[in-house]
Design a protein around this ligand. Sequence first.
Ligand SMILES: *[C@@H]1O[C@H](CO)[C@@H](O)[C@H](O)[C@H]1NC(C)=O
Ligand SMILES: *[C@@H]1O[C@H](CO)[C@@H](O)[C@H](O)[C@H]1NC(C)=O
Ligand SMILES: *[C@@H]1O[C@H](CO)[C@@H](O)[C@H](O)[C@H]1NC(C)=O
Length: 304
Amino acid sequence: MDSPNPLLLLLLVLAAVAPSSATPGVIRLPVDRHALYDRPVIGIVTHPGSGIHEIDPEGGNSGSYIAASYVKFVESAGARVIPLIYDDCRENLLGNLSLVNGVLFTGGSKKHGQYRDTIDMIFQHVKHRKDCHGDPIPLLAVCLGFELLSMNVSKDKDILTRFNAYNEPSTLQFPDRSLISGSVFESFEPELITKLQTRRLAMQNHGEYVSTVQAKNYSIICTQWHPEKAIFEWGQGLPPHKDDKAPHSEDAVRVTQHFANYFISKARQSTNRPCEDDVRRNLIDSYYSKFGQSQSFDKVYVFP
Ligand SMILES: *[C@@H]1O[C@H](CO)[C@@H](O)[C@H](O)[C@H]1NC(C)=O
Ligand SMILES: *[C@@H]1O[C@H](CO)[C@@H](O)[C@H](O)[C@H]1NC(C)=O
Ligand SMILES: *[C@@H]1O[C@H](CO)[C@@H](O)[C@H](O)[C@H]1NC(C)=O
């Protein structure tokens, strides 16, 4: 291999650190007047229960949890996580919401009560932030989150039809390919879209169903499948844990990475600039997490 030309290296470094005043021979990069935010924070709503089972026996006051796979999904694309504790007082919920640049609703099972009210309230908050404050924060609603939003938007609590949920990956079909551009799939290489249609890369199969929707006027994306599992769930929970059927192929991992990057790229467009000390004080990192003690997830964060 040729050794690098020292003169060329020096010139490159000079170009990068040169002052912006017109210096002959220096390339000036355009100034981005709509700077994207490089310290995005995502609020994830906790789900009722201890996290040991995905579906906890009703009635027990067992706190709430977030599967760590959602947290890692968000962190893998360069954002940090603040938990939004579903049964917290309104003041705390709004206080924490004021620190985020995007929101994630997880999968789960709880379709009524305070959990549903909190999801509806935060959904309202996300739309309000754009409509009234011009801050287009994104919302990603996975599985249960998608179902609750469908019930709210359609004003029909019976809109969902029953499917047997097989613990299996499925293909994704694109009935209208013209919709891909401008959607969460826009950065997928055409060859990966074809693979999505022909190979079972998307975790969860309920038969035939609407798998992915995206709002026209808001950064709201809903998936019935689980984009977070391919990289971060390995069936390492508590026996008898569910079989790990999440696909872990290179293609399935790329699907997850594209999804996470797209979601966080939208969060970078948020105009919110929360105080760094407040963010630090509320990050999920200071909460307790446990590994290998859940039947459904490798690791969960738990909230009293
Ligand atoms: C966020 O929620 C936590 C947990 O309830 C609470 O201690 C904290 O004060 C809240 N943060 C803000 C900024 O409201
Ligand atoms: C949707 O959510 C809003 C905000 O919380 C709530 O006022 C409304 O009643 C909900 N609609 C339905 C049909 O559940
Ligand atoms: C969506 O936005 C467009 C353009 O800003 C507007 O004309 C349209 O009415 C909006 N649609 C809804 C449902 O708000």
